[in-house]
Design a protein around this ligand. Structure first.
Ligand SMILES: [Cu+2]
Length: 148
């Protein structure tokens, strides 16, 4: 009988692991927003760490503070011209990390619903390909904030 209970418990644990969502395996750090003057869109940056044995995939993000949140990548051509493109999805490798940072991946934040100031905290929710979500607090910093 004890053996059966043990088997059952093991089976339940396995099911639990199978059902753990992508968001359950991701931790975030250094989440911040660079505020730009006037109506220019702001940029959101964050480091994403995947603690699971399989890759997870970020597909979008949303926030009640902004009308539009888009996943972008900045690239600099050999000519020195900087360019931005939409990113359909971003894979975070197993046990790996991806950094959204100036001159690379970022969240493009457009049409804030209220005026934001340095020191404010903005909630942005990250959406993963299995439908799971990870809410993250972003610290608003001024336009001249350094990247660290
Ligand atoms: Cu952008």
């Amino acid at each position: 009988m004890r053996y059966v209970v043990l088997l059952l418990a093991t089976a339940l644990l396995s099911i639990g692991n199978l059902h753990a969502s992508q968001a359950d395996h991701v931790t975030t750090s250094h989440a911040w927003i660079r505020l730009l003057p006037v109506k220019l869109p702001a940029s959101g940056y964050v480091t994403l760490q995947n603690h699971s044995a399989t890759a997870v995939t970020l597909v979008s993000a949303h926030s009640s503070a902004y009308a539009f949140v888009r996943l972008h990548q900045s690239t600099v051509a050999s000519s020195g011209m900087s360019n931005m493109s939409m990113v359909a999805q971003l894979d975070i490798p197993a046990q790996g990390k991806v950094t959204l940072a100036p001159a690379g991946y970022h969240l493009m934040l457009e049409d804030p619903h209220r005026a934001l100031e340095p020191g404010d905290i903005v909630d942005i929710t990250l959406d993963f390909s299995d439908g799971s979500q990870l809410p993250v607090h972003f610290l608003v910093r001024p336009a001249n904030a350094d990247s660290n």
